[in-house]
Design a protein around this ligand. Sequence first.
Ligand SMILES: C[S@@+](CC[C@H](N)C(=O)[O-])C[C@H]1O[C@@H](n2cnc3c(N)ncnc32)[C@H](O)[C@@H]1O
Length: 320
Amino acid sequence: MVRRADWSKKRRLHNLRRDRPDIYNEDYLELLARRLELRNGMSLADVGCGLGFLGFQFIESVLPDGSYVGYDVNPELLRMARADARKVGISSAMQFRKGEAYDIPARTGRFDVTMCQTLLMHLREPWRAVKEMNRITRSGGFVMALESAWNRILNPMYFLEDGSHLDLSPQLVGDMAALAWAAQRGYDRRRKDARKTWMDTSGGWRVPIWFRRAGLADLKTYIGDRWWVTLPPYSDSERLNTEKFVKLIRKWLTDIERAGKGYRETIELLCAGGLSRRHAKTIIKRVDEYHELIADLLEHEKVVTVQMAKVYITIGRKPG
Ligand SMILES: C[S@@+](CC[C@H](N)C(=O)[O-])C[C@H]1O[C@@H](n2cnc3c(N)ncnc32)[C@H](O)[C@@H]1O
């Protein structure tokens, strides 16, 4: 069964620009328009279009003869997007239709460019949506997916006050990745039926795999270049950001600590996610040592965090 994302009505364009400048900013959109070779007369599809953000950005590049169709399962968002298009006097070129990502109501080869932005992260079988996006694209056209690759454990880098940085051994990074992966999978498997919505914000790096499997060629993946540096003395928003981040890390570390002390529930979770009991315990022990180091640094406020890029943009060409 397909589950719908809980996508707040209030998230109008200007809010997104203000709240999420890492994704919703002008310069990367301009760059994308060039990479997608957008020009007058092209037809664009946007799957999981929401309020049609991508459409409103790109429509200018394909006018006066081009067009855009946004598909979404949420009728309320579609209604709002249509109203926005009317408001800016562009509704003849922009359509918003009810459409399910696994079964897009468009004929094969209908569009020059098919795109999605933060859709795949809401799908349990994202590769099925990529296959559909490939299907509705003409031979030689482009498919693009912009998805988050946020992983709160792996993305941040820690720098110390003296300018050195915390060197994570490849072994430790591997351990943490395995841990995060197994915990997510275990969580999902066990709570599958209890959860109303699904979201995996860490999967951006897997998109090229799905593109390749769908038969797309000339793949290129770009990593968003927006990142935050938080340096003392902090301004208000930076402090807020740091505190939020530190809170997350602390929570994660507490979980690990409990697991390290034989917290059975977490071990079970990791096993449900595919790790053997022995493997789960070994990894937890190694990560636990790292925990102590970080906890100590945080305690003494000696750590400066740098949040690394969170967005992966993958573009592929349909062969033919
Ligand atoms: C995070 S929002 C992104 C909206 C828009 N692409 C943007 O970037 O502003 C995810 C969107 O995917 C839509 N969605 C979720 N599951 C879907 C599905 N199975 N088929 C089509 N759309 C879906 C939601 O209704 C929501 O509008």
